[in-house]
Design a binder for this molecule. Structure first.
Ligand code: IPM
Ligand code: MG
Length: 392
C-alpha cells in the first residue's frame, strides 16, 4: 500500500479545531480503502509565536518541502501576533509556503450545495437555486500586491535576510509614505491563466452549459492588469472551445452577486482574488463553506478560505466543511498527479458525503442554522464517507 505523506499545519484559533475534522476524514478513508495516509502535525502560527517565540520549529519548512506529498493548513493570524518589523506572525507559514513552494494558483470554488441558504440577505434566502452558483476562482498567489511580503516570507523560510522594496520618490506626496509595489509578470500571469483554462476544460460550464474563463482585472487603470489581460488573450487563443470573457474587478463584484450564473472559471490577480472570494463566500452559505487549494507544479497546500476566527476559537462551534472540502480538493489533486483512481474516487466520495449531509443531515453548525458542534459535523460526514466506501 502506498502511504501518502500529509503534513498538517493547524495554525491559529479555529484552524486548530477544523484540521481535526480533516484528520477524521482521512482516517475514515484509510480505514475503508487501500489508501494509506501518514499524518504529521506541525504546530505553527501567530499563537505559537506568542507561546514559544517562534512561528514553527526549525526545519518545518524543509519538512513541508521535502518530506510531504501534500499540506493541510488550518488558519493563520492571531490578534497581537506581529513580528518586530510589523509583518504578520505566521506569515512565514502561509505566505512562505505559497511563495517558497511556488504555489501559484489559489483555486477557490464558489459552489452552493443543495440545502444550504446563501447569505446575501435573509429575506432573499429562499429565492435562489443552488445550480446558479457553481464557479471556480483562480487567484494568482505569488505576486501582485502581496509580492513584498511573499518575497520576505520566502527569504525567511530559506534562512536569508529581509527584503524591502526600493524607496522611490512619489511626486506630490509629503511626509511619511508607505507603499506596496504590485508587480505582475508575464510568467506569473501565464501559468495562472493556463491553469484556469485547464480547469475550465474539465468542467461542464456554467448553469447554461457554457464554458468560459473570465479575465477579471483593472486594465483600464493599471499597467500590471494590462499585462495580465494581454497574456490572457494569448493563452485563450489555444483554447478555442472555451469563451474568453472580460470584466473589470469593480463591475465583477456587482455581477458576482447579481448574476452568479454567468461565471464558470475566473482568473484574477492576488489581492482582487483575496477580496472577491470572501465576497463570493456569501453566495455559498458563508466562509464556513469556502475551500481552497494552493497549487504549483510540484506542491499543493489545502486550506479553508476563512481565518482563525478568534471570537469563536476554543468553542468547538465553527463549520468544518470548508476544511473537509479542501481535503476533497487535495485528494483530487493527488489523484490526478499520481494517476491514482482510488484517490480520485475518494475525492468524489467526500463531495458526495458533504452533499448528502447538507441535504439530509440534521447536524449543522450555527452558521448554517443548526446547533451542532465542529466535531459532531465532522464525525457525521466521516461516518457517511465510511458508509459510502464500505458499500462500494
Ligand atoms: C487568505 C487570507 C490570507 C491572505 C492572510 C491570512 C494572509 O486572507 O488566505 O485569503 O490574505 O491571502
Ligand atoms: Mg483572504
Amino acid at each position: 500500500m502506498v502511504e501518502h505523506r500529509i503534513t498538517i499545519l493547524p495554525g491559529d484559533g479555529t484552524g486548530r479545531e477544523v484540521v481535526l475534522e480533516a484528520q477524521r476524514v482521512l482516517d475514515a478513508i484509510s480505514n475503508n480503502s487501500n489508501i494509506g495516509f501518514e499524518q504529521e502535525v506541525i504546530p505553527c502560527g501567530g499563537q505559537h509565536f506568542l507561546e514559544t517565540g517562534k512561528v514553527w520549529t526549525e526545519g518545518s519548512y524543509e519538512f513541508c518541502r521535502d518530506e510531504s506529498d501534500a499540506l493541510i493548513l488550518g488558519a493563520i493570524g492571531w490578534p497581537g501576533a506581529k513580528l518586530e518589523n510589523g509583518d504578520l506572525a505566521g506569515g512565514e507559514v502561509i505566505l512562505g509556503l505559497r511563495a517558497g513552494l511556488e504555489l501559484y494558483a489559489n483555486v477557490r470554488p464558489i459552489k452552493l450545495y443543495e440545502g444550504v441558504l446563501h447569505k446575501v440577505h435573509d429575506k432573499f434566502a429562499q429565492h435562489w437555486q443552488p445550480e446558479l452558483v457553481d464557479m471556480v476562482v483562480l487567484r494568482e498567489n505569488t505576486e501582485g500586491l502581496y509580492h513584498s511580503l511573499l518575497h520576505r516570507s520566502a527569504l525567511k523560510v530559506n534562512g536569508k535576510s529581509d527584503y524591502e522594496p526600493p524607496q522611490l520618490d512619489f511626486p506630490g506626496l509629503e511626509g511619511e509614505v508607505a507603499w506596496d509595489p504590485r508587480p505582475i509578470s508575464q510568467n506569473g500571469s501565464e501559468r495562472l491563466i493556463r491553469a484556469g483554462f485547464e480547469i475550465a476544460s474539465q468542467r461542464s460550464g456554467n448553469s447554461d452549459g457554457k464554458s468560459s474563463v473570465h479575465c477579471v482585472d483593472k486594465s483600464n487603470v493599471t499597467r500590471g492588469c494590462q499585462l495580465f489581460r494581454k497574456v490572457f488573450k494569448e493563452v485563450s487563443s489555444s483554447y478555442p472551445k472555451i469563451n474568453a470573457e472580460f470584466a473589470f474587478i469593480d463591475a465583477f463584484t456587482m455581477w458576482l452577486i447579481r448574476n452568479p450564473e454567468w461565471f464558470d472559471v475566473v482568473v484574477t490577480s492576488n489581492m482582487f482574488g483575496d477580496i472577491a472570494t470572501d465576497l463570493g463566500s456569501v453566495l455559498q452559505g458563508g466562509m464556513g463553506m469556502a475551500s481552497s487549494a494552493n497549487i504549483g507544479d510540484k506542491h499543493g497546500m489545502f486550506e479553508p478560505v476563512h481565518g482563525s476566527s478568534p471570537k469563536h476559537a476554543g468553542q468547538n462551534k465553527v463549520n468544518p466543511i470548508a476544511t473537509i472540502l479542501s481535503v476533497q480538493q487535495m485528494l483530487g489533486w493527488l489523484g490526478n498527479k499520481n494517476n491514482d483512481q482510488e484517490l480520485l474516487n475518494a475525492s468524489v466520495v467526500i463531495d458526495q458525503a458533504v452533499a448528502e449531509h447538507l441535504k439530509y443531515g440534521k447536524e449543522l453548525t450555527y452558521d448554517l442554522g443548526g446547533t451542532a458542534s465542529t466535531s459532531q459535523v465532522g464525525t457525521s460526514i466521516a461516518q457517511r464517507i465510511s458508509d459510502i466506501l464500505s458499500e462500494q
